[in-house]
Design a protein around this ligand. Structure first.
Ligand code: PRP
Length: 238
């Protein structure tokens, strides 16, 4: 079960602290960060919170993917956005930054103590402007998406029977070449949809990036994680 943003802290119970291995606080706090725009925005936010991870930016440019930041006793892992929850759930990272789209798609056993309000976009259903879908028609509908689980839930809630085709990118071309009738994809500026003459049908999810924390780390490293989350909360707009 996932605990949603803002509704929990990650305080450890006294009991859990007693059970923590004595070495648990000797390793740097490990943060899994997704490469790309979220990373850029997250680094700005961390800096405002007094944690300068600028070395992560420099090392990333040099293709380094494990970046020690000894001055803050932190280690940053640069991973694919969809891989952040796995690193965190299995304890390879103490916490991570991941989009709500990825977190809800995977629905892993993680705490989500803070929404950072960065990496904002929307998950939408879209279709060709000149070929609108009749949801009630008894035809075999196909939806192409990177988010099969969120799409499945959406279709179920709407009572639409359709085949879901899982893709890994360039989703917008699927309806243009006969692979699908509709897409479920992320929209930021809307430019990609416009360029491919697709129109939005509806929004499924408002997306922004969140801090996610694994259960073990929440118990064993609660002081460090609570301090970091409090610092970030203080600089998250609105
Ligand atoms: C994302 C998303 C859209 C595009 C939306 O793709 O899947 O294709 O960005 O942005 P826009 O509304 O500002 O045009 P991404 O760049 O991650 O590449 P991908 O298609 O390979 O997933």
């Amino acid at each position: 079960m996932t605990t949603r943003a803002g509704k929990t802290t990650v305080k450890a119970s006294t009991n859990a602290k007693k059970k923590a291995p004595s070495t648990s606080n000797a390793t740097p706090l490990t943060i899994a960060m997704p490469r790309g725009r979220i990373l850029d925005e997250a680094l700005v936010l961390f800096k405002r919170a007094g944690i300068d991870l600028g070395a992560a930016e420099k090392a990333r440019a040099g293709r380094k993917l494990i970046i020690p930041i000894p001055e803050h006793d932190v280690r940053v892992l640069i991973v694919r956005d969809a891989d952040v929850p796995a690193y965190v759930e299995h304890g390879a990272a103490d916490l991570g930054i991941a989009g709500r789209d990825v977190l809800e798609e995977q629905d892993r056993d993680l705490y989500e103590p803070l929404d950072l309000g960065i990496g904002r976009c929307r998950l939408v259903v879209a279709e060709p402007e000149d070929r609108p879908v009749d949801e009630m028609a008894k035809v075999h509908l196909r939806y192409a998406t990177k988010f099969p689980e969120l799409t499945r839930r959406h279709l179920q809630a709407r009572g639409i029977v359709a085949e879901i085709i899982k893709l890994y990118g360039s989703i917008e071309i699927a309806p243009l070449v006969g692979l699908a009738d509709r897409v479920v994809d992320l929209v930021s500026s809307g430019e990609t949809l416009r360029q491919h003459r697709l129109r939005e049908v509806e929004t499924i999810l408002e997306v922004s990036a969140r801090v996610c924390v694994g259960r073990a780390a929440a118990k064993l490293r609660s002081d460090r994680i609570d301090d970091l989350v409090a610092r970030l909360r203080a600089v998250v707009p609105g």
